[in-house]
Design a protein around this ligand. Structure first.
Ligand SMILES: O=C(O)CNC(=O)[C@H](CS)NC(=O)CCC(=O)C(=O)O
Length: 286
């Protein structure tokens, strides 16, 4: 059990990793000034670039990526944990990886996680996404223990569209995760309809904190993202939120003792029975 201050860093990443690293540095300084020791950034912190040529020209191996290196240096300089929600990096095959990085206060890389669920969707107004055309999905769920405050906290790693797959977060919770994460670049239209409900639902059904930094606003590549970076407690209360889509920082105190008390009040994780049951009315073979 532990008590610590967490920050979500809301960004408006553009096409140039160097500019995004500069914004990251400014937001990290603000979060540190406000006492945070776990700092999280959104999906695609390093660059948001729809144009394939622009994207390919800036894609690097993880060790060479400017924003990954900046995050490691900032973690070390300020003695804080930095969780980069994701950066596009070269993968093992032809495709890129949409990868999260967690750095310790000494700059050690504690964990990486490659986004599992690919956002292949056709929305209203002709907005279409085919994430699987660019990225190779990950094959393992992410879990990492962080030494924070006087104790430790177990963190589950998710990215953006992953938040729509409750089974991923439930598995993390059953494996002891106390803080679930879904840093995001949610579209404006799906964000307006679903963002808060999805984040709060994952918190409530797992009796866990949910911490999700978001991209916000109109980006250089033309896309529009929803913003509203959030920190939710295990009872589903919003502890901190960025009001709109402007870059900035929101901070909240996380007391992991609240995880045990929420799960004691409502032991739904322990009471689960539906998996493995048959359907009534002879529908088992559907
Ligand atoms: O492709 C990139 O450049 C960066 N990746 C993204 O922006 C990803 C995949 S396109 N976005 C999401 O997953 C949004 C999910 C979402 O909005 C929802 O679930 O409603």
């Amino acid at each position: 059990m532990t008590v610590f201050s967490a920050a979500v860093l809301q960004m408006r990443s553009g096409e140039e990793p160097r500019d995004n690293a500069a914004l990251l540095e400014r937001l990290v300084e603000e979060a540190v000034r406000r006492g945070a020791i776990y700092l999280q950034t959104p999906e695609m912190t390093g660059m948001l670039a729809r144009d394939r040529e622009v994207f390919n020209a800036r894609l690097r191996d993880p060790d060479e990526d400017e924003v990954v290196k900046a995050a490691r240096d900032l973690a070390r300089r300020h003695r804080v944990h930095i969780h980069i929600g994701s950066v596009a990096v070269k993968g093992t095959g032809d495709k890129a990886a949409n990868r999260a990085f967690v750095f310790s206060p000494t700059g050690e890389l504690l964990a990486t996680y490659d986004k599992i669920h690919m956002f292949d969707v056709d929305l209203d107004h002709g907005e279409s996404w085919r994430e699987s055309a660019t990225y190779q999905p990950g094959e393992t769920a992410g879990l990492v223990d962080l030494a924070l405050g006087e104790g430790t906290a177990r963190l589950g790693l998710g990215i953006c569209y992953d938040v729509r797959f409750p089974q991923l977060f439930q598995r993390q919770a059953l494996a002891g995760a106390e803080v679930l994460t879904a840093p995001a670049a949610f579209t404006r239209q799906t964000g307006e309809a679903h963002w808060h409900v999805l984040q709060r639902a994952r918190a409530i059904e797992n009796g866990a904190f949910v911490v999700s930094a978001a991209q916000g606003g109109r980006h250089q590549d033309g896309r529009e993202t929803y913003g509203h970076s959030l920190i939710v407690d295990p009872w589903g209360r919003v502890l901190a939120e960025m009001a709109g889509d402007e870059p900035g920082v929101a901070v909240a105190e996380i007391d992991t003792a609240m995880v045990a008390s929420a799960r004691k009040k409502i032991p739904n994780l322990a009471n689960a029975r539906a998996f493995g049951l048959g359907f009534s009315g002879g529908k088992d073979r559907l």
